[in-house]
Write a protein that binds this ligand. Structure first.
Ligand code: GLN
Length: 306
């Protein structure tokens, strides 16, 4: 059943002139109410972003255009989006795109939704890339398991002299990343390769970067439905220990890292010690450990140990 009728039900006598006129502020209020009743954690924030996204309004216009009358087509579009959100589909999956580091990224079924946590990884990588460029005039990196391409594309848009390779095992993800590279104007500096970890990769790089799947398999069932039911499992599942991807990356990194290069990784909040051990045993040294905005360990950077 529709959560809010666009037009009075046929059983009620109703002429065109008596059609219910809903304003933007009323629509927002109804949406918040529907989300709160559905038990969502952040009904106001979700309503603000979903309604503005569906209607193509800025967040400021959501406030300044409150008296605007919403037409039937807009009502229908918002009603459908609201139903999807009530089924726990994340707001930005419904909208089909998400902002990351100030850039827009299209999402698809094959891609993880980029998270603000991953912006910390990008922030930690940038000074190294920029230093490398100032020292040598160039920098070349590989982003393993690129998904939407958020990491690689953001790095390229921030470092105009850098070039990147991005890999993914999923063809669908690579198509999404290709679209995102075009939208963000870096397609000429990004090469996309299909394969698992280093499978499709030749040569050495100044930086190896990745936000690999790192959730312990047994913990996936307990994730919030927004993640468990909508992010692709292949982008989340890190195997029995959560460390499978780190082991694969550590095993191949020595053959693909240039002298003086770094390996920069996103990690799960509880994985600092375990991932550090995997890389130490493979001959690397922990150089930087950074936390996310929630104070959780989130990024590790390793260097060669000699
Ligand atoms: N950060 C994601 C989450 O916990 C997981 C992403 C990943 O496994 N790389 O929802």
């Amino acid at each position: 059943m529709r959560w809010w009728p666009i037009i009075r039900p046929a059983s009620l006598p109703c002429s065109a002139s008596r059609r219910i006129e809903v304003t933007l502020s009323e629509l927002y209020r109804q949406t918040v109410e529907a989300f709160a009743a559905a038990g969502l954690d952040a009904p106001q924030e979700d309503a603000r972003h979903l309604v503005s996204g569906v209607l193509g309004l800025t967040l400021t216009e959501m406030v300044t255009e409150g008296a605007r009358v919403i037409d039937a087509i807009e009502m229908q579009a918002v009603a459908e989006a609201v139903e999807r959100r009530k089924n726990r589909e994340p707001v930005y999956r419904i909208l089909g795109a998400r902002e990351f580091y100030g850039l827009d990224f299209l999402l698809s079924l094959d891609t993880l939704e980029p998270r603000p946590d991953t912006e910390i990884l990008v922030e930690q990588c940038l000074p190294f890339l920029k230093r490398r460029i100032s020292e040598t005039g160039r920098a070349r990196f590989v982003d393993l398991g690129t998904g939407t391409g958020a990491i690689a594309i953001t790095l390229l848009s921030q470092c105009l002299e850098a070039v990147g390779v991005a890999t993914d095992i999923s063809e669908g993800a690579l198509e999404t990343a290709r679209g995102n590279a075009l939208i963000n104007g870096v397609a000429d500096r990004l090469s996309l390769q299909q394969g698992s970890w280093f499978e499709a990769i030749d040569g050495r790089f100044d930086m190896i970067v990745s936000n690999p799947p790192y959730i312990v398999s047994d913990e996936i069932a307990a994730l919030q439905p927004e993640v468990r039911d909508f992010d692709p499992l292949a982008a989340l599942d890190g195997g029995e220990s959560g460390l499978d991807a780190y082991r694969a990356i550590a095993a191949g990194a020595g053959d693909h890292l240039a002298e003086g290069g770094i390996v920069a990784l996103e990690i799960g909040a509880e994985q600092k010690v375990a991932v550090a051990r995997v890389f130490t045993e493979a001959g690397f040294k922990l150089s930087v450990a950074a936390k996310d905005l929630g104070g959780n360990d989130r990024v590790l950077i390793f260097i060669g140990s000699d």
